[in-house]
Ligand binder design. Structure first.
Ligand code: ADP
Ligand code: 5GP
Length: 221
């Protein structure tokens, strides 16, 4: 099977990490690109497995040495894809899943033209808020920052080769798996992007306004 790097982007909380893990459990020919980041580990995250957690001076050294094929500042921290994962996957004939933000996806489009790009959307704005809050990994201020970023990120969905709505997890995993296998005709159709994106933005704005009204909003991180 012809393998390629698969970029998975999504607003935070849409479920891309969950989908990527399921895909790797399901297939023996998929590797993860483990990004370098300056953000602190969440409880349970392991260095070298979830991310390479590095201080900012080390991250800057990696940029200067050309060790990152792309990097970006996301939600206030630096994140970057080590070039070695992309090179190794190509050499070993493996799919490589890159869980990166929309800025990184744009950079990969130039740096790795053979990559295929999938945008994961939540089924609704309400589901996105519930998943992000329900994950419990960020405090209120950080959740709000991720939701504010989502307002812009979801507007880039049309730049991607494929859009998958993560309503029912198994169906979303099957869709992304179909992309890996080149069976893109098997992808479930989704409603027009403009409508979904408008609804998600509306719900996010409503949540952010309600947070301001009950005093949970802070400008500080
Ligand atoms: P991301 O990596 O895009 O930020 P995660 O994979 O961490 O998102 O998912 C966010 C939360 O939503 C997690 O708690 C996850 O278990 C949950 N989740 C993911 N997909 C679904 C789904 N299809 N239905 C319900 N909950 C989901
Ligand atoms: P989180 O902090 O929730 O793990 O990730 C925050 C955001 O950073 C997500 O949108 C994730 O896709 C993105 N991200 C993770 N690694 C990279 C990377 O190497 N490069 C870029 N550009 N974004 C990344």
């Amino acid at each position: 099977m012809k393998t390629f790097p698969l970029v998975l982007s999504a607003p935070s909380g849409a479920g891309k990490t969950t989908i990527a893990r399921r895909l790797r459990e399901r297939r023996g020919d998929v590797d993860f690109s483990v990004s370098a980041t300056t953000r602190l580990p969440r409880p349970g995250e392991r260095d070298g497995v979830d991310y390479h957690f590095v201080p900012e001076d080390e991250f800057r050294r990696m940029i200067a040495a050309g060790a990152l094929i792309e990097w970006a500042q996301v939600h206030g921290a630096f994140y970057g894809t080590p070039r070695s994962y992309v090179d190794d996957a190509a050499r070993n004939g493996r799919f490589l899943l890159l869980d990166i933000d929309v800025q990184g996806a744009r950079l990969i489009r130039n740096a790795v033209p053979e990559a295929v790009h999938v945008f994961i959307l939540p089924p609704s704005g309400r589901a996105l808020v519930q998943r992000l809050v329900g994950r419990g990994s960020e405090d209120d201020a950080r959740v709000q920052r991720r939701l504010r970023n989502a307002l812009d990120e979801i507007g880039t969905a049309s730049e991607f080769d494929h859009v998958v709505v993560n309503d029912e997890l198994d169906a979303a995993v099957r869709d992304v798996n179909a992309v890996l296998e080149g069976r893109v005709h098997a992808l479930r159709p989704h409603p027009p992007l403009e409508g979904i994106v408008g609804e998600i933005r509306f719900e996010i704005e409503r949540h952010l306004d309600a947070s301001v009204a009950d005093g949970r909003a802070t400008g500080q991180l």
